[in-house]
Design a protein around this ligand. Sequence first.
Ligand SMILES: Cc1cc2nc3c(=O)[nH]c(=O)nc-3n(C[C@H](O)[C@H](O)[C@H](O)COP(=O)(O)OP(=O)(O)OC[C@H]3O[C@@H](n4cnc5c(N)ncnc54)[C@H](O)[C@@H]3O)c2cc1C
Length: 402
Amino acid sequence: MRSAVVVGAGIGGLAAAGALARSGWQVTLLERADRIRVDKAALLVWPNGLRALRALGLHAGLSAIATPVRHGGVRRPDGQWLAQPGVDPAREADLPVVVHREDLHDTLVAGLGADIEIHTGVAVRSVRANAGERPAVSDGRTTWEADLVVGADGIDSMVRRRLAPESLAVSAGCTAWRAVIPWYRAPRLPEDQPVGGETLGAGYRFIAASLGERGSSGGSVRGGIYWIATATGAPRPEPPATQLVLLRRWFAGWHAPIGELLAATDPEDVVQHAVRELRPLPRGYGFPAGTGGFVLLGDAAHAMPHHLGQGACLAFEDAATLATVVHDAVPGEALRSAVDAYNRVRRPRAARIVRQTRRMGAVVQARGRLALRARDAALGSLSPRLLDRAATTAASWRPPRR
Ligand SMILES: Cc1cc2nc3c(=O)[nH]c(=O)nc-3n(C[C@H](O)[C@H](O)[C@H](O)COP(=O)(O)OP(=O)(O)OC[C@H]3O[C@@H](n4cnc5c(N)ncnc54)[C@H](O)[C@@H]3O)c2cc1C
């Protein structure tokens, strides 16, 4: 039986491990943390991510937990539109959905099936990637050998450090805060103030999306309002309650309902992230070795700022592509070629999204009067070009055929 070791049980590793196991691979999943868990925020999943989840066979579970983000558009802090929300019903299929990370996580865990060997509390420390030997990883005590090793161990990936040491995780120059306000605490907003869309100010950005009313009756699906705030600069060392005070101050005077949402947020709802990215991107995502080789997947391969909300979507694309290219490959030359094929398909795709993300980052993080005026003009005149082009790139992805 073909064997795979997946390093890292984040969103990407769970998706890849489940997909390989469902197509007959013997899968071992190694996770550094003492249990498989996820943070309590939410996530936007764009049509490419949804298509990848469908290709992975996980879409049915997702439809019960996902809410379409209908009220998009881009505004200035005073509420003036820079880019009106799309109203074309024909483009409904291009809308992202918002899902609670815990619900998504439950869906991915359910997709693992019963046959995967899972080891938690295992931090991979070394990687054996020699031409003539089977790929292997070790935590210093145990060595796991396999035909295929999937490095899904996030932005500080140990697997990537061995295979593509030129790629470093660096600060993207901004910090993000995310929260889900549970439904029972969410502010009741007037009909003409739907939650949704994004707002850009001088080096600050605020995005909100409604997860709906679910969860209000104790169901397992989590409802509420998701928001994400971004500010240029380093993470704040203060405790969450003080960070929340700062956020309320930074976003004071921004159009409704931003103030109401921050007021309804409790410190324990808030998660702070130092936003980082890989520079340069790894030279490759597939490294043939032994009877198969190594692949990099998810943030291990292409961690990028969250400006286009594409990191996890690309991880799902990676997993769907990997499952397809290795589907019929037997260990030996065929599997090494499949590893090469994964690299050829995924590296240019990720590089393109990263370029678009950086362009968006330049807009989001523009500070100073001149830069701001240029940004307003760019967003006003380039709209829908910049954001739409990114959405189109995302929407146009199709899973590869076997
Ligand atoms: C603020 C913010 C907002 C975002 N919003 C969106 C969005 O709306 N839509 C979207 O698509 N994406 C979004 N993203 C990106 C998305 O969250 C990430 O791309 C995605 O979670 C990456 O998943 P992953 O599985 O590749 O990595 P991770 O989630 O980092 O998982 C890596 C796993 O590997 C484990 N691990 C690490 N090292 C080792 C080791 N040596 N041995 C064993 N295990 C190890 C870790 O414990 C972890 O469980 C956002 C990111 C941020 C920061």
